[in-house]
Design a protein around this ligand. Structure first.
Ligand code: FES
Length: 151
């Protein structure tokens, strides 16, 4: 779990309610649209800036619709020195999107993170919740294609 955002202390008692509202919205809609940010800020009597600060701090929340499946490549130091940049390039080419984007059919979102906590098996890529270690530019496309073939 990430450290608390700087707003945590200032938001005080409404912080728990804010996180619960954000989780609910993320679960229902798959992302948190601007209208939801306004409604949540109004309901909790806090600024929209505070709501956006919390959303952008946590990877669990997204301001853009995500695909049905996430492809997450670790670009932390250990994975970086083992060549993850070429793996990310290959995943981008295979999916036709840049990191942070979702495929047009809404099937996949490609994301990067700074460490998944299993550096010894890097480069690490998580596809739809499944961890894959020692991924290479040659094996990366197969991981995505195998998932795409499943219903
Ligand atoms: S740097 Fe990639 S898992 Fe830690």
């Amino acid at each position: 779990m990430a450290d608390n955002p700087p707003e945590a202390e200032r938001l005080g008692p409404v912080r728990g309610e804010l996180l619960a509202s954000l989780h609910r919205t993320q679960e229902e809609l798959g992302y948190i649209p601007a209208e939801a940010v306004s409604r949540i800020a109004k309901d909790l009597k806090i600024s929209e800036t505070d709501v956006y600060s919390v959303i952008t701090f946590y990877k669990a929340f997204s301001l853009k619709p995500r695909g049905k499946r996430c492809v997450t490549a670790c670009v932390g130091t250990a994975c970086h020195v083992r060549g993850v940049s070429r793996v990310v390039d290959e995943l981008s080419r295979t999916l036709g999107v840049a990191p942070g984007e979702t495929t047009k059919d809404g099937e996949f979102t490609l994301e990067t993170v700074n460490c998944l906590g299993c550096c010894a098996i890097g480069p690490v890529v998580v596809v739809d919740g499944e961890y894959h270690g020692q991924v290479t530019p040659q094996t990366a496309p197969g991981l995505v294609k195998a998932k795409a073939a499943k219903p």
